[in-house]
Ligand binder design. Structure first.
Ligand code: IPE
Ligand code: IPE
Ligand code: MG
Length: 252
């Protein structure tokens, strides 16, 4: 494909929603308030994404490393996932959004697991938009779990061959398209163990805005920046997306 035929729109956007704490500190209010405003920013962003041509949005809600925060902050963050999944499910379902929660189930409070299962089951048939919430998620633990699942399968069935598709199918992101654009807010410039496999060829955009201030304009600016990038996927020509044999495995 030549550069002139390229439509440089990201199909899959992933966001590291960072800066809630600093947003609160700057206002002299409790961090919990920053997290609460962060949920409002998430709602604005979910609404804006399909309007900007995005088909899949993955957001980092709680990392495996976030358990090291003080207990009251962890508990605030657990409360927010309850409020978000519990409170927004109907609206998301009505809008045709399929909800998927990425990450380890072990260690997550039982009532939240129930909410997650319910949200995933309720929206499983939706295909307008895929929303993936990474919760108790770590890129490394997801890779390790995939390796363990393949080892278990080998022991059970004697299947010892692994390729990129069979490996990818074991990750919690199985079936979602590769990430085109990864956005991190708050000015930090690192991945913090997010989507290590799926971001192999993602474009990285770092925005100074603190997450609670995020919204449609900031998302549009990030997508415009993405559109100016030239992606080559190791070749010499600019391509819209890598030529992948696994395109038919994509769930949305
Ligand atoms: C991101 O905001 C939210 C989560 C990690 C859950 P932070 O709480 O990390 O905010 P900063 O980085 O301290 O400003
Ligand atoms: C990454 O942000 C995790 C989430 C946004 C949920 P952190 O604020 O936890 O990352 P570090 O500690 O600055 O790398
Ligand atoms: Mg942070």
């Amino acid at each position: 494909m030549s550069a002139s035929t390229v439509t440089p729109k990201p199909l899959h956007v992933a966001i590291i929603m960072d800066g809630n704490g600093r947003w609160a500190e700057r206002r002299g209010v409790p961090r919990a308030l920053g997290h609460r405003e962060g949920v409002q920013a998430l709602r604005r962003t979910i609404k804006a994404a399909p309007e900007l041509g995005v088909k899949c949005l993955t957001v980092f809600g709680f990392s495996t490393e976030n358990w090291s925060r003080p207990a009251d902050e962890v508990s605030d963050l657990m409360g927010l996932i309850r409020a978000f999944i519990g409170g927004d499910l109907k609206k998301l379902d009505k809008a045709g959004v399929r909800v998927r929660v990425l990450g380890r189930r072990a260690g997550v409070p039982a009532d939240i697991l129930k909410l997650i299962d319910h949200a995933e089951a309720t929206t499983a048939g939706n295909d307008k938009f895929l929303l993936q919430v990474a919760f108790n998620y770590g890129g490394r633990s997801d890779l390790v779990d995939a390796a363990q699942a393949l080892v278990d399968r080998a022991a059970r069935e004697g299947t010892f061959e692994v390729d990129e598709d069979t490996f990818g199918d074991q990750l919690s992101t199985a079936g979602s398209p590769p990430v085109d654009l990864i956005i991190r807010t708050s000015g930090e410039q690192r991945l913090s163990n997010f989507l290590l496999w799926d971001c192999a060829y993602a474009e990285l955009v770092f925005q100074p805005v603190l997450w609670p201030d995020y919204g449609p304009e900031a998302l549009q600016a990030a997508i415009e920046e993405f559109s100016r990038r030239e992606r080559r996927f190791g070749g010499r020509e600019v391509l819209e997306a890598p030529v992948s044999p696994s395109a038919e495995r994509v769930v949305i």
